[in-house]
Write a protein that binds this ligand. Structure first.
Ligand SMILES: *Cc1c(COP(=O)(O)O)cnc(C)c1O
Length: 395
């Protein structure tokens, strides 16, 4: 027996639910790449991405996923043999660093246990020890999608500033952009990367990079530059050059629509919506944890992301069982544990095009799974989620 007929709900941290409006915006013929509004469309998107990243700097759009955006950021500012420092807080910063290492830089990891955010004091100590300034770039993620942590980017920046270290500060916002506040200029981030398929509610296939003047200055002498990713190449006057070839037209149509939706809702409201829905998820997980069979991966509540929640299961329990039940019996797809949390956790994503019924429905299905599988859990998780939302969303 199952109750799974009906639309599948994707509660994985990317790709996320694509709004019907975005799907509809892409359902149209291709246009001339030199005309047909393509030139203006590119202009408005590059401009509006500045608003999303909160920067006066330069923005670039690539036909690629997040990994492509990582490579774009790395090759434009790094040179062979240089040292980079990766601030670990899960899977993704290290993945980015490994990619850069494969291209030709030397990577050092500032280790962190997987239940905590990056420690700014540990970074400060490491930078003070780098008297010769060998570290040329510091790589970190704002939200690590594996652990469910949100790193405090302003505090990390402040730690760098206390040492006066000149390394470029490079931040992956792929799982936080348009879900949690990010202030590229105010936080003095030199290079930021994003992607289309998470908070931005688009299909996978667009990667974004934003760079400030400092990064642009370093770019001039970077020797890992390659033609497709190259910023300078993309600043040519022709639209064809801005995309280094044919623009990914339909993805751009979709992005135009998703940015319109985000601006219409208002960034502040987008962030608050994510915060309140995340609070609902956390209220339920908190209650379930009373059964001792599952609990938050991130120990400190202030370090939990508003875009994804990573739930650990106790030793000897299989999170895959919960995922399989939710998918087979109720058509809800949860994220699996990845990296060091593989086989130890599942993930509930709550980013992008999500509202109360989507999140409450997902939580209800998880609770249904806990019940059906006989996994001990505190009762009333759904009530706690409802109370959280009812108490914060005023009439
Ligand atoms: C999803 C994700 C990536 C990778 O993006 P892909 O599009 O899968 O290449 C990188 N960093 C973070 C923080 C992510 O959440």
């Amino acid at each position: 027996m199952s109750v799974s007929n009906g639309r599948q709900f994707l509660a994985i941290p990317g790709p996320t639910t694509i709004p019907d409006e975005v799907l509809a915006a892409m359902h149209r013929p291709a246009v001339d790449i030199y005309g047909g509004g393509m030139v203006e469309l590119t202009e408005t998107l590059l401009d509006d991405l500045r608003k999303v990243f909160r920067t006066e700097g330069h923005t670039y759009i690539y036909a690629c996923n997040g990994h492509g955006a990582w490579e774009a950021a790395a090759v434009n500012v790094l040179s062979r043999g240089q040292k980079i420092l990766v601030l670990e807080s899960g899977r993704f910063a290290v993945g980015w660093g490994q990619m850069a290492a494969q291209i030709g830089v030397e990577m050092e990891i500032l280790p962190c246990d997987l239940r905590r955010a990056v420690d700014p004091d540990a970074l400060e100590a490491r930078l003070r020890a780098d008297a010769k300034g060998e570290i040329k770039a510091i790589l970190v993620v704002q939200v690590d999608t594996a652990t469910g942590v949100v790193n405090d980017i302003p505090r990390i920046r402040a730690a760098i500033d206390r040492t006066g270290h000149g390394a470029l500060f490079m931040v992956d916002t792929i799982a936080s952009l348009a879900a949690m506040p990010f202030e590229m200029d105010a936080w003095k981030v030199d290079v930021a990367v994003g992607a289309s398929q998470k908070g931005l509610m688009c299909p996978p296939g667009l990667g974004f990079v934003a760079a400030n003047e400092r990064a642009k200055a370093v770019h001039r002498t970077a020797d890992l530059r390659t033609s497709y990713w190259d910023w300078t190449g993309r600043e040519g006057g022709e639209n064809y050059q801005r995309h280094c070839g044919t623009p990914p037209e339909h993805l751009l149509f979709g992005l135009r629509k998703s940015l319109d939706m985000i601006f219409a809702e208002g960034a502040e409201n987008v962030f608050l919506r994510h915060r309140l829905l995340a609070n609902a998820v956390r209220s339920a997980v908190d209650r379930w944890s009373e059964g001792q069979a599952l609990g938050f991966n991130i120990a400190d509540p202030a370090q939990r992301s508003d875009s994804v929640t990573t739930v650990r299961v106790a030793e000897g329990r299989d999170p895959q069982q919960i995922r399989t039940y939710c998918e087979k019996k109720a058509n809800v797809v949860l994220g699996s544990g990845i990296g060091a949390l593989s086989g130890k956790a599942f993930r509930i994503a709550h980013m992008g095009h999500v509202n109360a019924p989507m999140v409450l429905g997902t939580l209800s299905v998880v609770e249904m799974a806990l019940q059906a599988l006989g996994i001990p859990h505190g009762k009333g998780g759904i009530q706690a989620a409802v109370d959280s939302l009812g108490g914060s969303v005023a009439a």
